[in-house]
Design a protein around this ligand. Structure first.
Ligand code: FES
Ligand SMILES: [Fe+2]
Length: 432
């Protein structure tokens, strides 16, 4: 790594509130992100409900590596590189489905649900080869796969800490949305993909902490859709927070339903109101007020969601200036069907490629990325200084807690984690 990169990756101005724009533009930085973040971190690959029975599969991305995620015959979940060990062709070209196995389109090698090579075309010829060993020619599995309350994560790094340690204190917050009901959660059917001409981190940092943009970027959209703007969130005594742990970030207030209200559906609001007491029994009074509140979340590095709207999404990197967005809608499994439908449709009207708020965001992120093309512009630093001095100890909230959701504290935490991982050769070195 060049000296210039060492200095760049250290992000030395960050604690004072400054970020180097090269992190959004430089191709060497991007390649290192693929190696040291996307090939090492635990990445979200599926919700268990997407793999309801043996043979159910989806294909998705871990960095720029395409992976095949499969429910195996014994009920366990496997994930493999979706690339044939013969000439590298993609083995499964579908994005979702059910199969008894997978046959490569090029020369007809076939693979079982466990990834093993089950058959080859012209098997007599291969059989005469002393070096041909089927057991060594299966699909390459990920190094580790684990679930947290319905969410399936995988990592390519055998040395990565266990998923539960990777999530750390952030699991406490994830339970707000994943465990507020005894029936657990599922993804509503279907998903939407779109492509943004932006760096993946601009989207991830927006969900990590950018409550600031909501009242400005989305003011007109909120007025058009709901007949009212977005409330000011920055009062000094506002009951709101930035919290983060291991680079995972959640910004929120405690209004209970502010995000959910943007769906404009009385069934969603009634469901939240009717379940307030049950949420509190499971989560305690404080977390119960986070279930649908004005808030946004990013699980490091690229898995985001919005409580209330319940849009879940991955920002898949496709080069430093291009991101593929894949979205789903999470619902409580035990919710009545009409409530699930209301959530699904509401999410499409707010946060989908045709959703009012998604379009607002995308334009800003693309212009913020493209402006760094200028050789003079890209040498200027960006200001991330909001909320210095807001760190607090909170009796109920674990992790790093900052008061006030109009804050850059989570964005700084996101980039601090990014910097640690890009510079560290081992997980011990990257310990936060
Ligand atoms: S590339 Fe898959 S069988 Fe040849
Ligand atoms: Fe937004």
């Amino acid at each position: 790594m060049s000296g210039m990169n060492d200095e760049l990756l250290a992000l030395s101005g960050l604690d004072d509130g400054w970020l180097d724009r090269r992190v959004f533009w430089d191709r060497d930085v991007y390649e290192l992100e693929l190696e040291r973040i996307f090939a090492r971190c635990w990445l979200f690959v599926a919700h268990e409900s997407q793999l309801p029975k043996p043979g159910a599969f989806i294909t998705t991305w871990m960095g720029e590596d395409n992976v095949l995620v499969v429910r195996r015959r014994d009920g366990s979940i496997g994930a493999y590189l979706n690339s044939c060990p013969h000439r590298g062709n993609r083995v499964c070209t579908a994005e979702v489905g059910t199969a008894r196995g997978f046959v490569c389109n090029y020369h007809g090698w076939s693979f079982g649900l466990d990834g093993g090579l089950t058959g080859v075309h012209e098997s007599a010829a291969f059989g005469r080869e002393p070096g041909f060993d089927r057991s060594r020619l299966g699909l390459t599995p990920v190094a580790q796969l684990d679930t947290y309350k319905g969410l399936v994560f995988a990592t390519f790094d055998p040395g990565a800490p266990p998923l539960r340690d990777y999530l750390g204190d952030f699991a406490f917050y994830l339970d707000v949305i994943l465990d507020n009901d005894e029936g657990g959660t599922e993804f509503a059917g279907g998903s939407i993909k779109s492509v943004l001409g932006c760096n993946w981190k601009i989207a991830a940092e927006n969900f990590a902490g950018d409550a600031l943009h909501a009242g400005w970027t989305h003011a007109s959209g909120a007025e058009a859709m709901l007949g009212r703007g977005v409330p000011d969130l920055g009062a000094e005594d506002a009951e709101s927070y930035h919290v983060n742990a291991n680079g995972h970030c959640w910004e929120f207030n405690l209004d209970g339903v502010g995000n959910a209200a943007t769906l404009g559906d009385p069934r969603v609001m009634a469901y939240l109101r009717d379940h307030e007491k049950r949420f509190a029994e499971r989560l305690g009074a404080l977390r119960a007020r986070m279930v649908g509140s004005i808030s946004s979340v990013n699980v490091f590095p690229n898995f985001s969601f919005l409580p209330g709207q319940n849009t879940f999404r991955t920002w898949q990197p496709k080069g430093p200036h291009r991101t593929e967005l894949h979205t789903w809608v999470l619902v409580n499994r035990n919710a009545p069907q009409d409530v699930k439908d209301a959530w699904r449709k509401g999410a499409m009207m707010t946060f989908s490629p045709s959703g009012v708020f998604e379009m607002d965001d995308g334009e800003n992120w693309e212009l913020a990325t493209r402006s760094n093309a200028g050789v003079v512009t890209r040498k200027q630093r960006l200001y991330y200084g909001l909320g210095s001095g807001t760190a607090i100890e909170h009796p109920e909230l674990p992790g790093n807690v900052h008061r006030g959701q109009i804050n850059d504290a989570n964005q700084r935490a996101f980039y601090r984690r990014w910097s640690q991982l890009l510079r560290a050769r081992t997980w011990d070195e990257a310990a936060s």
